[in-house]
Design a protein around this ligand. Structure first.
Ligand SMILES: Cc1cc2nc3c(=O)[nH]c(=O)nc-3n(C[C@H](O)[C@H](O)[C@H](O)COP(=O)(O)O)c2cc1C
Length: 367
C-alpha cells in the first residue's frame, strides 16, 4: 500500500503536513531554504513586526529542564523575542523564497501593537511579497506583553476578535491565529478569532514558566546580570497540555483547520495531534534539539504508522480519536456495564458495585 502524505488546507497544498514552527528554525532565508531542501512541507517564518529596532534580545535566553534519569532535555524555556531583523530585509527574503520555492508553503508570522493602521500596514506590505498564508502571533508570553503585544492580546477574547477583524479587512490570503495556552478556557479566544473571520487556528504557543533556580547562585534561570523574567516553555514536556488544548478546540469547532504543535519530536507524536484534530503539525523545539534533518525520520515514522493502521491519506484520520473523549459519569457507567457483562449478571445494586471498585483500588495501592 502506498500512503499519501500530501494535504490541502484552506486551498493551500502541502506536500506533507510537517511545518517548521515560528522560532529559530525560521530566522532567515538561508535556514528556511535549507529546511525546504531537507523536505519540510512548510515553514512559518520567525515572527516579524514593522519596527525591529524596538526588539532587543538578551543573552542567555534559553533554559533547559533535564530528566533526573538520563539528563535528557525534556523541557525548554526561552525568553527570546520576535525577529530583530529589519522589516524591509524580511520583505525581500519572503519574495525571494517564494520565487525560489513556488511549490513549498511559506507562512508569514506577524505581530503588531494594538493599532488598526499598524496591522493594516503589516498585512498589506507582507502580502505584496506573496507568502501563502499569515499566522498572527497573538500568543508570545514574554517580553512582548510589556508592549501590550502577543499574549496580552491573545488572552483577551474582545481584543482577539477586534484585531483579527482588522487583519481580515485587508488580507487576501488565508490567515491562521496562533493561540496562547496560558488561559483557562482555550476555546474562548479561539472562538473570538473565528468570529473575527480567520481561516484557521495554530496552537499552542509556549507555556509561561520558570524552569528553575540555580543551586549555586540561587538565581532563577536563564539569568541575565543576576535577574530573569518568566519565559515560554516548550518541548516534550508540554505535549500532553498541547494535545488536550488541540482536542478542546477541535471538538468545539469541528470544521476549523488546526495546525497543532507542542513537543512534537517523532512521526507518531505528529500522528497523535492529527488523531485529535490537527490537519497540519508544526515543530520548533524538536527540530532545534534533534537537527532540522529530523524531518526525514519523522516522515518515515508517519508513513509507518499510516501503513500499520491502514490509513491512505492524512484526511483519513484527522480527528479520528476525538469521539473517545467523554464525561466522568459516562466512564463510570461504561465500566459498570462491562463488569456486569463479564460476570454475566443483569446489574448489581449501586452499593455492592461501589464496594467492588473500592476493593480494586485497595489492591492497586497495596503495591
Ligand atoms: C526559542 C524559541 C523561539 C520562539 N519564537 C517564536 C516566535 O517568534 N513566534 C511564534 O509564534 N512562536 C515562537 N516560538 C513558539 C513555537 O513556535 C511553538 O509554538 C512552541 O515552542 C511549541 O512548540 P514546540 O514544543 O515544537 O517548540 C518560539 C519557540 C522557541 C523555543
Amino acid at each position: 500500500m502506498s500512503v499519501d502524505l500530501s494535504t490541502e488546507v484552506n486551498g493551500i497544498k502541502f506536500e506533507n503536513p510537517f511545518i517548521l514552527g515560528s522560532g529559530p528554525p525560521g530566522t532567515n532565508a538561508k535556514v528556511i531554504s535549507k529546511s525546504f531542501d531537507l523536505g519540510w512541507g512548510g515553514m512559518v517564518i520567525k515572527t516579524i513586526s514593522l519596527d525591529a529596532s524596538k526588539v532587543v534580545n538578551t543573552n542567555p535566553r534559553y533554559a533547559k529542564l533535564r530528566s533526573h534519569g538520563n539528563n535528557e532535555v525534556i523541557g525548554f524555556q526561552n525568553i527570546e523575542l520576535i525577529s530583530d531583523r529589519p522589516f524591509e530585509t524580511w520583505l525581500e527574503e519572503i519574495k525571494m523564497l517564494k520565487e525560489k520555492y513556488p511549490e513549498k508553503v511559506l507562512i508569514a508570522s506577524v505581530m503588531e501593537e494594538y493599532n488598526k493602521d499598524a496591522w493594516h500596514e503589516i498585512i498589506e506590505r507582507v502580502q505584496e511579497c506573496k507568502p501563502d498564508a499569515f499566522e498572527l502571533n497573538l500568543s508570545c508570553p514574554h517580553g512582548l506583553p510589556e508592549r501590550k503585544m502577543g499574549m496580552a492580546m491573545g488572552e483577551n477574547p474582545d481584543l482577539v476578535e477586534e484585531v483579527c477583524g482588522w487583519v481580515m479587512d485587508v488580507a487576501k490570503i488565508p490567515v491562521w491565529a496562533k493561540m496562547t495556552p496560558n488561559v483557562g478556557d482555550v476555546t474562548a479566544p479561539a472562538e473570538a478569532a473565528l468570529k473575527g473571520g480567520v481561516d484557521g487556528i495554530s496552537m499552542i504557543n509556549t507555556i509561561l514558566s520558570v524552569t528553575g533556580v540555580d543551586r549555586k547562585t540561587l538565581r532563577p534561570i536563564p539569568t541575565v546580570q543576576g535577574y530573569t523574567v518568566p519565559g515560554g516553555y516548550s518541548g516534550q514536556a508540554v505535549r500532553p497540555i498541547a494535545l488536550r488544548q488541540v482536542m478542546e478546540v477541535a471538538r468545539a469547532f469541528p470544521d476549523t483547520p488546526i495546525s497543532g504543535m507542542g513537543g512534537i519530536y517523532t512521526g507518531y507524536d505528529a500522528a497523535q495531534f492529527m488523531l485529535l484534530g490537527s490537519s497540519t503539525v508544526q515543530v520548533c523545539t524538536g527540530a532545534m534539539l534533534q537537527g532540522y534533518d529530523c524531518i526525514i525520520k519523522m516522515k518515515e515514522e508517519l508513513i509507518e504508522f499510516m501503513e500499520e493502521k491502514g490509513f491512505n491519506s492524512i484526511s483519513d484520520f484527522v480527528g479520528h480519536s476525538l469521539s473517545y473523549f467523554s464525561t466522568h459519569a459516562n466512564l463510570v457507567e461504561r465500566q459498570r456495564e462491562a463488569k456486569d457483562k463479564k460476570a454475566g449478571r443483569a446489574g448489581l445494586d449501586a452499593e455492592t458495585w461501589k464496594g467492588d471498585i473500592a476493593k480494586e483500588t485497595e489492591d492497586l495501592t497495596a503495591n
